[in-house]
Design a protein around this ligand. Structure first.
Ligand SMILES: CC(C)(COP(=O)(O)OP(=O)(O)OC[C@H]1O[C@@H](n2cnc3c(N)ncnc32)[C@H](O)[C@@H]1OP(=O)(O)O)[C@@H](O)C(=O)NCCC(=O)NCCS
Length: 141
């Protein structure tokens, strides 16, 4: 297993297919192509990672650091490659890289009915914090 930085030339097609497989896209701003374009346009921060197994990309995590908090998005492992430690390795590596950026705390959001993923993160030391999550669209696609 290898965890490495996402390469837009090499990995784009596979990552788009993986995300379409793993995530349900109810809203346009989460469209995988657009999400990748925005992340790439924001500049290389070394926080968008892929996991390779036997030469194929089978997992992703997208981190972000805004100077105050680190965020984890788009953690996904292809179904046949689950329960082999890839999800854990992706989170550990993005945590390490966020810490290298000086990030003091990492946040992430999980849908309330996604109990398995909540259990996964709790095993990795994350705690559910009582907050109300608010959001607003800016008008950008
Ligand atoms: C969450 C996810 C990334 C985990 O990836 P993974 O590579 O299977 O994770 P790991 O192998 O590192 O699992 C580590 C531990 O987490 C727990 N865990 C992982 N998946 C679990 C599940 N479906 N149910 C219960 N516990 C689970 C287990 O304790 C596991 O250890 P074990 O296999 O020794 O029992 C993967 O299930 C996934 O892609 N899910 C769908 C996408 C998603 O919902 N992403 C998060 C939204 S942001």
């Amino acid at each position: 297993m290898t965890i490495r930085t996402y390469d837009n030339q090499k990995d784009r097609e596979t990552v788009v297919a993986l995300w379409r497989d793993v995530f349900t896209y109810a809203t346009g701003h989460n469209d995988p192509e657009r999400s990748i374009d925005r992340k790439v346009a924001a500049g290389e921060d070394g926080l968008f990672l892929v996991a390779e197994r036997e030469g194929a990309v089978v997992g992703t995590v997208m981190g972000g650091y805004d100077g105050h908090r680190g965020w984890i998005y788009s953690l996904a492992v292809a179904e046949p490659a689950r329960r082999l430690g890839l999800g854990t390795a992706l989170v550990r590596e993005v945590e390490r890289r966020l810490a290298d950026h000086g990030c003091p705390k990492i946040n992430l959001q999980v849908l309330p009915d996604n109990r398995d993923v909540i259990a996964f993160y709790e095993r990795l030391g994350y705690a559910v914090e009582e907050r109300i999550s608010l959001g607003k669209k800016t008008g950008q696609p």
